[in-house]
Ligand binder design. Structure first.
Ligand code: NAD
Ligand code: TYD
Length: 363
């Protein structure tokens, strides 16, 4: 049997989409190491938990002994590093965990992978890869007329989250340059799709709208994000894993720049259509502008021409098709939302939104 790949953070949003596709399509054995923070939900992976190709390990990427034991036991053929603290607002409220997991955790993983790589010979050594999953937020913010972020754009992170991811990217670069670890890196724009924790814009707005709660738009809502369907992010990662050039980084994006107001209005219109008997129609009446996020980045946009030109990857979904699929998924999976929003989630909602003043906007 071939050596498994190691996925970190495979119980989170993007990681679980990746794992479900990988196991569902019988791409090979996979070990998923996840700490199961508030963002990691084993329920998401319940359909594959008995699959012989799938192994779940509950643990922390900061635990060097655990990592060493896992590398010795499984002799991984590749590492795909998704695990992170990932929410900007939480990084503002409490940056500690971001520095620990995103920086220290990446360091420990790089060290364990390096030791393992140094022990490999022949084809196993030639084929080993360490793929670091990162974000476009490391590049900072764009003005309306600036060109999109490309792979050579200087780093200028603005939030504690972005700074901690930038630091982890630099570690990965250094481990390649100094120790010749065969690394690959991806910097992706905002994802949306099934299994996203409802602290992020789109699932939060869906959950609130269905419950008839207000839709809290930070500031004027004219901030721009470049949205990519999560399945397309996963296909890009598989492409980079298979064909990426060692030591290179690849920007991934969907060419779907939208203001937050456009996203929320699109959602409200879709919910009006898909839930015609809702007592909360028209849903746009729930929109409320609230106190802005401190240091809020105005615009992100990704130039994804390198991955298309060099590796032949392009997204399959447009914003319209991916967005409709996503809303339908949340409508059809209320038990999943219920499962992740009980308990600690309520505390976060009070912490993040309780102090924000705001006004409801009628259409
Ligand atoms: P997420 O917050 O949904 O999931 C993170 C997962 O990591 C969770 O399952 C959590 O339990 C796990 N985790 C956290 N700390 C851990 C630790 N110390 N040890 C082991 N596991 C730990 O995040 P996501 O949205 O799925 O993002 C995955 C990766 O993609 C992150 O590295 C993020 O920076 C990057 N990214 C995300 C987006 C996006 O729009 N969500 C866009 C670009 C890049
Ligand atoms: P988010 O999903 O947190 O992703 P990121 O901050 O990493 O881009 O937020 C996306 C955009 O939506 C961002 O400009 C902040 C905004 N936003 C709101 O206006 N209201 C909200 O309640 C949330 C969570 C986000």
């Amino acid at each position: 049997m071939s050596s498994p790949i190691l996925i970190t953070g495979g119980a989170g949003f993007i990681g679980s989409n990746f794992v479900l596709e990988w196991i569902g399509n019988k791409r090979g054995p996979l070990v998923n190491l996840d700490k199961l923070t508030y963002a990691g939900n084993p329920l998401t992976l319940s359909t594959i938990e008995n699959d012989p190709d799938y192994t779940f390990v509950h643990g922390d990427i900061c635990d060097a002994d655990l990592l060493q034991g896992l590398f010795q036991k499984y002799r991984f053929s590749a590492v795909l590093h998704f695990a992170a603290e990932s929410h900007v607002d939480r990084s503002i409220a409490g940056p500690d965990a971001f520095l620990t997991t995103n920086i220290r955790g990446t360091f420990e993983l790089l060290q364990a992978a390096r030791k393992h790589y140094d022990s490999l010979t022949g084809a196993k050594r030639d084929n080993f890869r360490f793929l670091h999953v990162s974000t476009d937020e490391v590049f900072g913010t764009l003005s309306p007329d600036d060109p999109a972020f490309h792979e050579e754009t200087p780093y200028a992170p603005n939030s504690p989250y972005a700074a901690s991811k930038a630091a982890s990217d630099h570690l990965v670069r250094a481990w390649h340059h100094t120790y010749k670890l065969p690394t690959l890196m991806t910097n992706c724009s905002n994802n949306y799709g099934p299994y996203q924790f409802p602290e992020k814009l789109i699932p939060l707005m869906i959950a609130n709208a269905l419950a008839g709660k207000s839709l809290p738009v930070y500031g004027d809502g004219m901030q721009v994000r470049d949205w990519l369907y999560v399945g397309d992010h996963c296909s890009a990662i598989r492409t980079v894993l298979a064909k990426g050039k060692l030591g290179e980084t690849y920007n991934i994006g969907g060419c779907n720049q939208r203001t937050n107001m456009e996203v929320v209005h699109t959602l409200c219109n879709l919910l009006d259509e898909l839930v015609p008997d809702s007592p909360h129609r028209p849903h746009r009446n729930l929109i409320k502008h609230v106190t802005d996020r401190p240091g809020h980045d105005r615009r992100y946009a990704i130039d994804a021409r390198k991955i298309e030109r060099e590796l032949g990857w392009k997204p399959a979904e447009s914003f319209e098709t991916g967005f409709r699929k996503t809303v339908e998924w949340y409508l059809n999976n209320p038990a999943w939302v219920e499962g992740v929003t009980s308990g600690a989630y309520q505390h976060w909602i009070e912490e993040n939104y309780g102090h924000r003043t705001g006004q409801t906007v009628s259409a």
